[in-house]
Design a protein around this ligand. Structure first.
Ligand code: PAP
Length: 345
């Protein structure tokens, strides 16, 4: 039988007054979203809403982004794994979790490792979707104080909308992005998988392309999302590490060592010699994780089948789905949007 993800312990019983306070807050967020935020046609059969310049789905996050902004109290030791969806979040979470917990859960002790029992989203919850999402939490603000340090969280929230306490506390952020074309194709496949599950017609690639370019894809616009974290990584390299999926695929060991160093737990030369880096790479490989039972048949809290997080895991697959004109147009937009930033995608 499926076990409760470890983060569930933060939904502690609350007093009547506390429950009423939480409900009042969620009612307020829902009213703000319903009355003041713009909406647009969504990826499923309900509209999406725009919050502080970026697009969100009611089904996936409810009014979670606002609750996260208001209530999250960061610790200096927190590590936040950030991304726009479909850039390698599932992989980064597996790697960061394995790095952080390698003493208590050695990657060599394969039979026991938590990644064999849980999808990485259950080990590193997405703040606005799994913790602060009123669709899931019954209008209860989670008590994250009870989680031991260092805490590892995920988010898709853009840099400019993160709770202030993250920058103030000095907690660290690892951001992962990916080339624009593969991101779009990965997102399109993902939503079609969910549309199928909800008995909706598949979305045509032309339609997904139009939405993506307009900026109304999940947490879009893509380019503004990436640029927010890119600029922060240049301004505060000690606080924001910027990674590219495409580079991680080519040189995983190099980037794994960068990640571990940034997280404050670098690999020792002994660990290097013992092959710990390679063990983590193997444990978190697409081939290994995608074939685990939990990832073939499990369902994560937000109702997404875990197998939807694994498709091909290849760089350049977009060329198999987008026309030459679409590929060219995306390259053109990306070049224009990133012009002068020093970032190439
Ligand atoms: P999410 O934001 O919804 O969590 P995310 O994990 O960022 O999704 O992206 C999924 C992509 O990462 C998929 O890419 P594809 O559609 O181009 O195939 C998925 O296959 C890929 N992916 C998932 N796990 C791994 C992994 N362990 N190694 C490499 N790629 C992976």
């Amino acid at each position: 039988m499926a076990q409760n993800p470890p983060y569930k312990i933060c939904f502690v019983p609350k007093s009547k007054e506390e429950k009423e306070e939480d409900e009042k807050n969620y009612k307020r967020y829902s009213e703000i979203v319903a009355t003041t935020f713009p909406t647009a046609e969504g990826w499923f059969d309900v509209p999406i809403y725009q919050c502080q310049g970026f697009w969100y789905s009611f089904e996936m996050a409810g009014v979670g982004p606002l609750a996260f902004q208001d209530h999250f109290k960061a610790r200096p030791s927190d590590i936040l794994l950030a991304s726009i969806p479909k850039c390698g979040t599932t992989w980064l979470k597996s790697l960061a979790f394995s790095i952080m917990n390698r003493k208590s859960h050695p990657p060599s002790a394969l039979q026991q490792h938590p990644l064999l029992k849980f999808n990485s989203h259950d080990l590193v919850p997405v703040m606005e979707m799994m913790l602060y999402n009123n669709n899931l939490n019954g209008n209860r603000i989670p008590n994250l104080d009870i989680l031991p340090s260092p805490r590892l969280f995920g988010t898709h929230i853009p840099y400019t909308s993160l709770p202030q306490s993250i920058a103030l506390s000095g907690s660290r952020i690892i951001y992962i992005c990916r080339n624009t074309k593969d991101n779009l194709v990965s997102w399109w496949h993902f939503i079609n998988k969910l549309r199928l599950k909800n008995s909706l017609e598949p979305m045509k690639v032309e339609e997904a392309f139009k939405m993506f370019c307009k900026g109304t894809s999940s947490y879009g616009p893509f380019w503004e999302h990436v640029l927010g974290y890119w600029k922060a990584s240049l301004e505060k390299p000690q606080s924001v590490l910027f990674l590219k999926y495409d580079e991680l695929v080519i040189e995983p060991a190099l980037h794994l060592k960068r990640i571990a160093k940034f997280m404050g737990c670098p690999f020792s030369s002994m660990e290097d010699k013992e092959g710990v880096v390679d063990q983590i790479i193997k444990l978190c490989s697409f081939e290994n994780l995608s074939n685990l039972e939990v990832n073939q048949t499990g369902i994560c809290d937000v109702g997404i089948p875990n197998n939807a997080f694994f498709r091909k895991g290849k760089v350049g697959d977009s060329a198999n789905y987008l026309s030459p004109e679409m590929l060219e147009q995306l390259d053109h937009i990306t070049k224009e949007k990133l012009h002068g930033s020093g970032l190439m995608l």
